[in-house]
Design a protein around this ligand. Sequence first.
Ligand code: GLN
Length: 277
Amino acid sequence: MVTVQKLLRLGSDLQVDSARRDTEILLCHCLDKPRVWLYTWPEKEVSQDCANAFKQLLVQRRKGIPVAYLTGQREFWSLPLAVSDATLIPRPETETLVEWALELALPNAASVLDLGTGSGAIALALASERPQWHLTALDVSEEALQVARGNAVRTKMTSVHFVQSDWYQAVLGQRFNALLGNPPYVDADDPHLGLGDVRFEPRSALVSSNRGLEDLGRLVIGAPDQLVDGGWLLLEHGFEQAKTVRAMLHDAGFSHVTTRLDMSGRQRVTGGCWHAD
Ligand code: GLN
């Protein structure tokens, strides 16, 4: 008889720190049960089909495929978001950006733009907290936008407006109260790209030329033409890029330029306010 307990033991050889957690998530995915169920029913018999599906997932996980791609889902800001290999897997450090955006003194019906939305994480998190905001989320990848639109339906945040756009190209002439983005910012030679989950994520969402700074630079340069007077630009970046991004914002005429730390204490998000004169 194949029991929950026996199946969980099969994951003990996974060569990752999160072996136990990954195994539990994958088994729960096959069983369609919450994790607490595994602890309540360790002796429960599992059907052959379910056990086989689980073993298949373990084979894939051993090859390094991220758990979120195997289950097709990752939680962000308590929202269960679908992800695919066309999108980055939402990361907890991006919550720093969402928290900051929620603290901005914006008008009630603020118009806010999410640059490079991927799975829709930032825009949907904000929509869940500020239903009265007018949120636009853009991405250059039509495949990513399909995932994001699906997530909007799934989380019932259908007021978010999704647009296919190479950065500001499709919204030129529009002005927003806030521009937010988690653009690609990793250097192509960064050894971190060869490790763990990132190996399977879309390069276009991770890598930027000019030491990872090209897209950040484009977003900063274009921002003044897209912001209302007193509007804010907040950008996630690599933890070693904070000083450079602050200098970019100063050079572009932003004031109140500061950097916030992520939950690991790393300089992760830089923002500033723009005043027309
Ligand atoms: N924080 C991600 C990483 O280091 C990169 C995300 C991004 O490029 N926007 O894997």
